[in-house]
Design a binder for this molecule. Sequence first.
Ligand SMILES: Nc1ncnc2c1ncn2[C@@H]1O[C@H](COP(=O)(O)OP(=O)(O)OP(=O)(O)O)[C@@H](O)[C@H]1O
Ligand SMILES: [Mg+2]
Length: 324
Amino acid sequence: MALDQTSVDGVQPSTPSSDAIISIQGITKRFGNHTVLQDITFDVPRGKTSAVLGPSGTGKSVLLKTVIGLLRPEAGQVFIDGDPIVGVREKEVLRIRRKFGVLFQDGALFGSMNLFDNISFPLVEHTNKTDKEIRDIVMAKSELVGLGAHLHKLPGEVSGGMRKRAGLARALVLEPQILFFDEPDSGLDPVRVAYLDQLINTVHEETAATFFIISHNIESVKRTAHYLGLLFQSRLVGFGSKEEMTNSGGPVIEQFLAGRPEGPISMDEMADAEVVDHGLSIDTVGDGGLGPPSMSNQGVSDAAGALPAVAGLGQDPGAWQTGS
Ligand SMILES: Nc1ncnc2c1ncn2[C@@H]1O[C@H](COP(=O)(O)OP(=O)(O)OP(=O)(O)O)[C@@H](O)[C@H]1O
Ligand SMILES: [Mg+2]
């Protein structure tokens, strides 16, 4: 088990760390005196789909960027398949990044390149494969995501759902052990979301990779995820199997999973955040053990602490320079 887990709603992580492919240990991330993440600790089980949920503005994207080494936390460590990623040399970060693919929110395709060139980009950049080998891989991954007939089109000529699928194909070409998804459903209608969820499940079965999804769409992740985590007020409220989380009975988890307006999560995420920033009580979520969060701004870093985006992950570097 990882861990000295702070759990507002009382769901402890249930994954033995020997099964963990990603181990997140004591991550604290601040921007100025705004503590976005406070002592986040959990293990992501190997070969499963895990999703981290949370209201808007709770730090889900910041968590993802920290885990993949694009943001440097003030405290804590992240192990990817046993290798630490925080505070290591850039060369080592690049080596670790070869283990994972990222599906960015809008697919983050290069607008001037057709889908084939977008999908083949990591292979061209990072391997010595022949044109024929590249073509075979691109065709196989494009078939998997149902895009085979559209590879000559530019991203601007296809729908949002197709751009997501192209982003997914591109994230798959290097056959990563881990795939990260930031809000895979954003911008899609409910039917397309359901299709994409099916596709995520199919690809998961096909690849046996570990999927780590950031989302606020509970209905969607109930279809895809085996494990759920919930962020609220800078803290990890809980992380556990879908069943454990659904049956936890904790007020924050219960409100979020049910999508109810009544409960500790308010309409105003800034107000939620300020409760933590000013060290006010968060007793409303039933926690007996949480002390007020640290008000220290020692070691503060801001956007300038963001590490450069890396070519070959396929992202639009600009997409990662600011908090989304
Ligand atoms: N580079 C940055 N500089 C300063 N503050 C930032 C930066 N990136 C994120 N933040 C702040 O961190 C908080 C969490 O942002 P984040 O984008 O992680 O939220 P989120 O949970 O992903 O929200 P959403 O569901 O809307 O995508 C926000 O208050 C945001 O303003
Ligand atoms: Mg986000």
